[in-house]
Design a protein around this ligand. Structure first.
Ligand SMILES: Cc1ncc(COP(=O)(O)O)c(C=O)c1O
Length: 387
């Protein structure tokens, strides 16, 4: 039987492959996982239990509960400086669903969408599934993993529909600086392109960095779909909750996609997140505790990585990933990742799982305890000596 041709172009995840291998081994230290090791804040968990007892067991409006959208719109205006009406906020079943809806709405067959390489691995696959062609924008260490606006311009063709940006970034931990962000906005306006801005890690920033939303720049809100979520900020990956803000001309189309796919985001999850948003003092404290822990772990990890022979690692400014260059070990990403698993009992993700320009790097997640990080680094140091 001839199945959807687009599926044939989508490769299985390089991350899963390694996790499956690691699962059968005892005592491995994992730097592989891309989610907070923290549990969802207690008051949010309690609110979910209460929501079940209060009977929030039914379908909700397609775009999410209106009161939740109102609170999110207020947050977007006050914190992200994005001018929005409540109707422009659509609550989704996770950031992944929001991304897919955005690609699906924008792309006609054969149209191009520029995505970062290395980048979150579902971008390219989802663009393909939505019928478009992903065009990969190299993200280079020599630029501090910043987007090079000239390189971006060179990739634009008549078929280009949109540019995707992700800051703070998975897998590099890079935060797009304001100057580059303004350049990207200028390019989008000049070439009449949409921007999809994945801001799922907006709350995980280090060294006093402030998050900037591209949709807050002049004339950008009307051409940007911005995606935010609870998975990373609230440590709620399993709950499946995120939200996007889109220009008014896309609202009905977004709701159409939602109606015909997820129907609505989970009712209990929405009430729990709403409680978290309404009890900001408590929630902010927990978010800050997690952020501080990530920063401490980052410092331990980066110092350790830079002491390993053949490793060189820039300091990530956000998210919870480090992306060391390992070319001087003489092994490629996959070989070294396998070696670290086999000989050091450590799980990492080969950088090229995130795109071809990730070759020569490994991704380390520091969403794990400081003790684990120290032990992992010690084991790698020993193992690398025997290379
Ligand atoms: C950059 C980026 N965007 C989006 C997501 C998806 O998050 P969600 O759990 O909300 O689907 C992830 C998850 O790892 C991510 O790293």
């Amino acid at each position: 039987m001839e199945l959807n041709q687009n599926l044939k172009k989508v490769k299985p995840s390089g991350i899963r492959k390694l996790f499956d291998l690691a699962q059968n081994r005892k005592d491995v230290i994992s730097f592989g996982i891309g989610e907070p090791d923290f549990i969802t804040p207690a008051h949010v968990r309690e609110a979910a239990k209460q929501a079940i007892d209060d009977g929030y067991t039914h379908y909700t409006p397609n775009a999410g509960f209106y009161d939740l959208r109102e609170v999110l719109a207020k947050k977007l205006i006050e914190t992200n400086k994005i001018p929005v009406k409540t109707e422009q906020v659509i609550v989704t079943a996770g950031g992944t669903q929001a991304l897919f809806s955005a690609f699906y709405i924008l792309l006609n067959p054969g149209e191009e969408l520029i995505v970062p390489d290395p980048g979150f691995l579902v971008y390219g696959s989802q663009v393909t599934l939505a019928g478009g062609n992903p065009v990969y924008l190299p993200i280079r260490e020599k630029n501090g993993f910043q987007i090079d606006p000239d390189e971006l311009k060179r990739l634009i063709t008549k078929k280009t529909k949109a540019i995707l940006i992700n800051s703070p970034s998975n897998p590099t931990g890079m935060v797009i600086n304001e100057e580059v962000m303004r350049e990207i906005a200028k390019i989008a306006i000049e070439h009449n392109l949409m921007v999809i801005s994945d801001e799922i890690y907006e709350d995980i920033l280090f060294d006093g960095k402030k998050h900037i939303s591209i949709a807050s720049f002049p004339d950008m809100a009307e051409r940007t779909i911005s995606i935010f979520g609870f998975s990373k900020s609230y440590a709620m990956t399993g709950w499946r909750l995120a939200y996007l803000v889109c220009p008014e001309f896309l609202i009905n189309e977004m709701i159409k996609v939602q109606q015909n796919t997820a129907v609505c985001p989970n009712s209990v999850t929405q009430r729990a997140a709403m409680y978290g948003l309404e009890h900001q003092e408590k929630t902010k404290l927990v978010i800050e505790e997690m952020r501080t822990a990530y920063q401490e772990r980052r410092d331990i990890l980066i110092a350790g990585l830079n002491e390993i022979d053949g490793f060189h690692c820039l300091v990530p400014e956000g998210a919870f990933y480090a992306f060391p260059n390992i070319t001087k070990t003489g092994k490629n990403s996959e070989e070294l990742s396998m070696y670290l698993l086999d000989h050091c009992g450590v799980v990492t993700v080969p950088g090229d799982a995130f795109g071809q320009y990730g070759g020569g790097y490994l991704r380390f997640s520091f969403a794990t305890s400081s003790d684990m990080i120290k032990r992992g680094i010690a084991q790698i140091k020993e193992g690398i000596k025997k290379l």
